[in-house]
Design a protein around this ligand. Structure first.
Ligand code: NAP
Length: 259
């Protein structure tokens, strides 16, 4: 951990002095989100499940932006882990004001081939984990009468993806959770929004062939797949103090794939 440095220009560091928790931040979109929030001035808790080394290197990149950053192990689909994660953030950096529920898993295949265990695993990681982390962080945010909760959905949560029924259902659930909670938390100064990315080049797409990826890029109006940084940009916008009138919304960085 580095010591806290004085805030630089508030225009370029609008999140200075804030504490952010990013789940599943050892790689992919979560890693880019953690770095994006650090660049904007937030102290960041970089949550990981398995890969401590990767999470430590993300935290080190965050610290290059003159913020404090800590890699913290937690399986956020477990209530005790989710609570411990929030507690660690609070003890080390102060009241968490930004929670990014990013951790998630994919599942591709015909519904008829899907087992009950596979269905439960997708729902637990993608829908129950945001519930658990949100439940753990809300008392802190309500006390502060301020918070930004940003949930990672997917464009398939809006449109439904073929051979991704459970994944689409879980991500649609994330959108409904977001919209409902936004109404519940509006009076407490807490905004709740979802980011629903299109096809983003991360490990999550590793089961797709090069031809499938090229086809996806071709079908995307802007002519390319998205990057983790494209998503981080959307998340950072929603995390800003100035975004206080944006709540219950779904921002979909998808290159125009669905409109
Ligand atoms: P990724 O590269 O597969 O990374 C997923 C991350 O989540 C990993 O760091 C993983 O850690 C972590 N994770 C999974 N379950 C966890 C748990 N129970 N507790 C803690 N960490 C956990 O995925 P990504 O592409 O960056 O996706 C991030 C989010 O964006 C997901 O919610 C995904 O559904 C959503 N999204 C992705 C795309 C895309 O095209 N890539 C599109 C739309 C939405 P471990 O490695 O330790 O398991």
């Amino acid at each position: 951990m580095t010591s806290r440095t004085p805030s630089l220009n508030p225009c370029t560091r609008p999140l200075a002095g804030q504490t952010a928790i990013v789940t599943g931040a050892s790689r992919g979109i979560g890693a880019a989100v953690a770095v994006g929030l650090a660049r904007a001035g937030a102290d960041v808790v970089v949550n990981y499940r398995r890969n401590a080394e990767m999470a430590e290197s993300v935290a080190a990149i965050c610290r290059q932006h003159d913020v404090r950053a800590l890699a913290v192990q937690a399986d956020v689909s477990q209530a005790a882990d989710a609570e411990a994660l929030v507690q660690t953030a609070s003890v080390n950096f102060g009241t968490p004001s930004i929670l990014v529920n990013n951790a998630g898993i994919a599942h591709t295949g015909l519904l008829l081939d899907m087992t009950e265990e596979e269905w439960d695993a997708v729902m637990t990681s993608n829908l129950k984990a945001p519930f658990l982390c949100t439940k753990a962080v809300l008392p802190h945010m309500i006390r502060a009468q301020y918070g930004r909760i940003i949930n990672l959905s997917s464009m398939w949560g809006l449109a439904g993806g073929s051979c991704e029924a459970a994944y689409s259902a879980s991500k649609g659930g994330v959108i409904a959770l977001t919209k409902a909670l936004a109404k519940e938390m509006g009076p407490s100064g807490i905004t709740v929004n979802a980011v629903a990315p299109g096809a983003i080049q991360t490990d999550m797409l590793e089961n797709l062939s090069d031809e499938d990826l090229a086809l996806l890029a071709d079908e995307t109006p802007v002519g390319r797949l998205g990057t983790a940084e494209d998503v981080a940009h959307a998340v950072t916008f929603l995390a800003l103090p100035a975004s206080s009138f944006v709540t219950g919304q779904v921002l979909s960085p998808n290159g125009g794939y669905i409109t």
